[in-house]
Ligand binder design. Sequence first.
Ligand code: 1GP
Length: 236
Amino acid sequence: MTAPWDDWNHVLKLDPDKELPDGVSYGDLCATGTDAIEVGGTTGMTAENVSEVIAACAEHDVPLYQEPADPNVVITDESLAGYLVPTVFNAGSPFWITGAHKEWVRIGGDLDWDRTTTEAYVVMNPEADVATLTQADCDLSAEDVASYAAVAEKLFGQEIVYVEYSGTFGDPEIVTAATEALEESTLFYGGGIRGYDDAYTMAESADVIVVGNVAYEDGVDAVAETVAAANDAARV
Ligand code: 1GP
């Protein structure tokens, strides 16, 4: 059975805790050609700000997923294609591996399992909020990251492995090692992609590139360039 992300090259991540710059709308961002939008962030999530972003994107024709980092802020909305739930494989605190998920089930009860998939994160930028929050051990070699990827796929059945450098551009050799360690699962890369060249480099190493900050700091055209690069790299 194929999963939607098997066919993706590019994902745009929208952080409800951030304001879009002047002149940029959610509609414009949805029209960049990105394959999917993930709505989520590490800090500052509220039911209100997450719902607002989901509502603004739901009018547009792009698959929309919530990435709930906090079990208290999971939105039930028919316009969502599903939930992509992080589990941080190199977290120092087990709360971010299975504990938050247990809380979600306890609070939420009857969850929409058919539309819920985990993403096996390996967090690589020690300066990022997600690394601090999860107490991640980011001091990892390419071999370490590739091994986490293999464990995620082969032992834990993860369909998505996410090498996360949020806020900084990562090491393409490490990303390539992770991708090569996978047989069927999809390798997401996110972090520091700001334009065509960055995007192309990482799209050659990963199956799917994820961009976030570029939308808030550089605007719609820059996001569209990253989409073009992801699609160009996939064609080669
Ligand atoms: C964040 O991986 C994404 O979760 C994208 O990172 O914001 O650095 O593009 P950037």
